[in-house]
Structures are given as C-alpha cells and as structure tokens.
Design a protein around this ligand. Structure first.
Ligand code: CP
Length: 319
C-alpha cells in the first residue's frame, strides 16, 4: 500500500491487516506509563488541512508522536496557500522539505488523489530516500474519509466482537457525508449488511451503485433490530440553501431520540463520527449513554492512524 486514499477498492485482507495492526497498537500501549514506540523514528508526518478538524488532525499527530515520528501541522489559512500558492506547489514544497507522509484534508473531492499522482511523478530521491511520499486522505469534500471508516470498523469489532454479518444502519445526511461512503464500502467489504436511512433529498446521485440497501423510514429500519446505528452529522455548511425542510422535521423523522434508542436490541451500539449536533441528529441522553461508543471511536482513531502510518512508512505492506 503506497497511499490510503479511499476504502472503495481496499481489499478485505488489506482492511483486516490494518485493523489487526490497530488492535496490536492498542495492546502494545495498554498499561504503559510512557506511550512511545520507536517505530517511526526519523520519519516526518505532515498534516495539511484545508478544512477544520479536531479529531482527525489531532489523532494523526498523536499517532505519529506515539511512534516517535516528527509531526508537523500545516493549516491552509496559516500557510502560503493564503498568498495564492496552488495545491500542487504546496504539496511539492512539503515533499521537498522532507515529508515522508502527507495527511490531507481538502474541501474538493479527489484532491488527495491528485496530490498522490503528482508526488508519484515528481519523487524526491535527492533527499536520499526512495523518493516516495505517502498520501493519506483525511477527508476530501463529500467523497471519502477512509480512516474514519476504519476506526468505525475497529470500534464495531471491540463492541460486537465482529463486523462480518452485522447489520449497520447509517442514518442522516448521506449526500454530504464522506463518512457514509467510506463506511458503505468498507463495511460491505468486511461482510456487514448496511442500510442507509436518509430523506430522499439527502441522498447522492449514484447511491444505487453502492453495496447498500436504502430506506427513508428510520423507525422501520430500527424495527429490524440493527446491531449498530451510525448517526451522521447534518452538514449545514455544505447545504447551500438546500436544507431538508426544517431542523425540527429532521429531528422528528431522522433523529435518534431516547425513545428510539430504548427499542434497540440490548447489544446494539450507537456510533457518531463527530462533531455531533445534539438535539437534532442525536439526543444528548443517547450520546452520553453506555450504548454510545463516541469516545471509543475517537480513541480507536489513534490506534487505526498508528496502523496506517506504520504500514505506509515502516515498510510493512498490508497483505
Ligand atoms: N470525524 C471527523 O472527521 O472529525 P473532525 O472533523 O473533528 O476531524
């Protein structure tokens, strides 16, 4: 694996190797007073974010630091991007200063793929390395967020003991959700059954080609007793005035209320990638309940991102 750009096309053995490594990272760090492995000493990981982030950016930084990599954060607003420097020149510059890995978040779908293609062509062998700069997609527009899907799968493994055969309902604003697309592909690859539950106005063109079932009726889907319910954030900033009728109607029809959560099977787990809009997508009492794995998802994110950096930078290919 040279880059991690999407879960679509990720083979099952690759995904399982990453999840197994993440579990190994968790085990290796459990109980240690100092959470530091020497694995990536001398390697440099740069996070390049053109959109805001709390979880993804910080957990990549923590993941790198816990494996002794040098980590550098670049936010577009505080870089020469604000002077008009192009994406291509910015990526080439970061490669030329010695980045071994670029972790990229960008509002344009496909931006990390373009960066990977450019850097593969340019190379930086004059730095004394093999010239390869690995690129990780940390969320591109409405397209994909592969490490989020991997951490969600890691959380399902911890909570349910399996992903294979699990029924996962993914609920909400699928149209703008890179999390939904990455999860649809990864969960199907791992043998789960996925139901997308969304208003018709918040479904993307082409969803019929995804490996999922689509429903517009949350209560009917919950009545099937899913093993997991993944609530999606309503992405008001990407709506451009095309918001589903009203926040109140959305909450009534598609919000995970306490009453709805009370009817889930005892073992069912509630996920949310965060940041959550409490009171609309999910009731506060549900988000704070033992059934919800929101904080566990964040912790799993560190282990999964350690695994991704390990496989990309430590020379250990996945399957
Ligand atoms: N889930 C997620 O991507 O969160 P951030 O935007 O805080 O990184």
């Amino acid at each position: 694996m040279r880059h991690l750009l999407s879960t679509e096309g990720l083979r099952r053995e690759q995904a399982e190797a990453l999840l197994d490594t993440a579990a190994g990272m968790e085990q290796a760090l459990t109980g240690r007073a100092v959470r530091k492995l020497p694995t990536l000493r001398g390697r440099t990981v740069v996070t390049l974010f053109y959109e805001n982030s709390t979880r993804t950016r910080v957990s990549f930084e923590v993941a790198g630091k816990w494996m002794s990599a040098d980590t550098i954060n670049v936010s577009a607003s505080a870089s020469s991007v604000s002077k008009g420097e192009s994406l291509r020149d910015t990526a080439a510059t970061l490669g030329a200063v010695g980045a071994d890995c670029l972790v990229v978040r960008h509002p344009a779908s496909g931006a990390p793929h373009r960066i990977a293609a450019w850097l593969d062509r340019v190379g930086h062998s004059h730095l004394g390395r093999d010239g390869h700069v690995a690129v990780v997609n940390a969320g591109d527009g409405t397209h994909e967020h592969p490490t989020q899907a991997l951490l969600d799968a890691a959380t399902l493994r911890r909570r349910l003991g399996r992903v294979e055969g699990a029924h996962v309902a993914v609920v909400g604003d699928v149209l703008h959700s890179r999390v939904a697309r990455s999860n649809a592909h990864l969960l199907a690859t791992l043998g789960a059954r996925v139901t997308l539950v969304s208003p018709p106005t918040l479904l993307p063109v082409g969803v019929e080609t995804w490996p999922v079932t689509v429903s517009h009726d949350l209560d009917a889907t919950l009545a099937q007793g899913p093993d997991a319910v993944m609530m999606l954030r309503v992405q008001a900033e990407r709506m451009h005035g095309a918001f589903f009728p009203s926040a109140r109607e959305y909450a009534v029809r598609f919000g995970l209320s306490q009453q709805r959560a009370d009817h889930l099977p005892d073992h069912a787990v509630v996920l949310h990638p965060g940041p959550a809009v409490r009171g609309m997508e999910i009731a506060s009492s549900v988000a704070d309940s033992d059934r919800a794995a929101i904080a566990e998802q964040v912790t799993a994110g560190v282990h999964v991102r350690m695994a991704v950096l390990y496989h990309l930078l430590a020379g250990e290919d996945v399957a």
